[in-house]
Write a new protein. Structure first.
Length: 120
């Protein structure tokens, strides 16, 4: 499964009141893969996909992605990096995506959809 297919499996689990936009911004480098919007706010998510989850991981983000995410975070926006795998998905918040993290909790696709819903 590719990244877009993985994202689609999560998006299908979102309730109707959550708007999901899979972004293809070839002319705006660094913009995250998805924007989610709901009654309580917005969430920008950069997705990465691994064939197998590691015990420690730092998402591979481009310089432009790091800049975009950090700038929006500093503005008070809700941003996250999600790394998915067949074993589950890890959520990186609060600029945790800038350093290697211990993978101590993986979420199912339904749990990720529920978390996105709770954020927006």
């Amino acid at each position: 499964m590719n990244e877009s297919g993985f994202i689609a499996t999560v998006t299908k689990k979102l309730p109707a009141e959550v708007y999901a936009w899979k972004i293809n911004a070839r002319f705006a480098p660094g913009v995250p893969d998805c924007w989610y919007s709901g009654p309580n706010g917005d969430l920008w998510v950069e997705w990465k996909l691994l064939p197998k989850m590691l015990t420690r991981h730092k998402p591979k983000l481009s310089k432009k992605q790091l800049e975009w995410l950090s700038d929006r975070y500093d503005q008070g926006r809700q941003v996250a990096v999600m790394v998915g795998s067949p074993q589950g998905t890890m959520i990186y918040l609060n600029k945790d995506w800038t350093s290697q993290q211990k993978v101590d909790r993986l979420y199912s696709r339904q749990e990720i959809a529920d978390w996105i819903t709770s954020m927006v």
